[in-house]
Ligand binder design. Structure first.
Ligand code: NDP
Length: 256
């Protein structure tokens, strides 16, 4: 078909976690044989300079997907940057057009982390239909799209957040529990229903530099029917879904 996927990854500044994420994405491209370009910009890069690079990549034939690693420095308006990316090259699916499409269920791209969670569920032979699904966290990049995807798969979905009352009462009802909170070991075994599927999206770095999830693995694994580890669970799936979205973007851009 002559389709050659190409991913442009832009990173502004030197946030250590972002550097690791970008390196993993570059490595995945190499492993999959996907052409990639990395733009490592100085923290002092202006919004106009970044917008101009995005415009250039929007028009570049060899690039099918564009990813701006978030967060960007404070002097840059994140929303403006996301909105500048051509929605057909928006492999993170953060552009308002793609966000809207996720609501309707008629989407080209799904944000990589929630997509990875759904793939894990599917590949593990777990049927979401009719299940009580509880998502803890309502961010635009994880919690909200995750809830929509579970809903599209006919789950009965509850979204919890920092103002939720009696959280434990909600999480205890979950057949499928997704934790995307950003607080180490926040969900403990006593908050989990016997046999539940527990998916830990959290990536938290402890003072001793070790990574840990939002779920306290030791107590949770005793109760859960299935549980994802951190590291090694959702994280690698996120990168895999980025590769999938980049290939999809190449197909979409070829046909339009
Ligand atoms: P955000 O900080 O944007 O959102 C956190 C959510 O948790 C918010 O909705 C917040 O509620 C909710 N929350 C905070 N405290 C509580 C509480 N006490 N009780 C219930 N809910 C609470 O984080 P993200 O969604 O971006 O990320 C979540 C985690 O996932 C982080 O650890 C992050 O590093 C990780 N992550 C992992 C990825 C991967 O590839 N595996 C990709 C992206 C993120 P409220 O809205 O009310 O403030």
């Amino acid at each position: 078909m002559g389709i050659k996927p190409g991913l442009a990854v832009i990173i502004v500044g030197d946030d250590p976690a972002s550097q690791v994420y970008v390196r993993n994405k570059e490595r995945a491209c190499e492993e999959c044989g996907i052409y990639s370009e990395k733009y490592a910009l100085d923290a002092s890069t202006t919004q106009e300079e970044l917008l101009s690079l995005i415009e250039e990549l929007n028009n570049k034939k060899s690039i099918s997907g564009i990813l701006v690693q978030l967060p960007v420095p404070d002097h840059i308006d994140e929303e403006k940057i996301i909105e500048a990316i051509n929605p057909r090259k928006d492999v993170d699916a953060f552009h308002p057009i793609n966000v809207g499409k996720i609501m309707t269920g008629n989407y080209d791209f799904v944000p990589c982390t929630p997509a990875g969670v759904m793939e894990l569920i599917k590949e593990s032979g777990i049927d979401v239909c009719g299940k009580e699904c509880v998502v803890v966290g309502r961010s635009n990049i994880v919690g909200k799209p995750q809830a929509m995807l579970l809903l599209h798969n006919n789950g009965t979905v509850t979204i919890c957040h920092s103002k939720t009352k009696d959280l434990k009462e909600k999480t205890k009802k979950a057949d499928i529990l997704v934790a995307a909170v950003g607080i180490p070991n926040f969900i403990t075994g006593d908050m989990i229903k016997e046999g539940a599927v527990v998916i830990d999206v959290g990536i938290n770095r402890l003072e001793n530099k070790k990574l840990c999830g939002d779920v306290e693995f030791e107590s949770a694994e005793k109760v859960a029917g299935a549980i994802t580890p951190v590291p090694g669970g959702v994280g690698p799936m996120t990168v895999a879904m980025l590769m999938k979205n980049t290939v999809r973007a190449a197909v979409i851009n070829k046909s339009k």
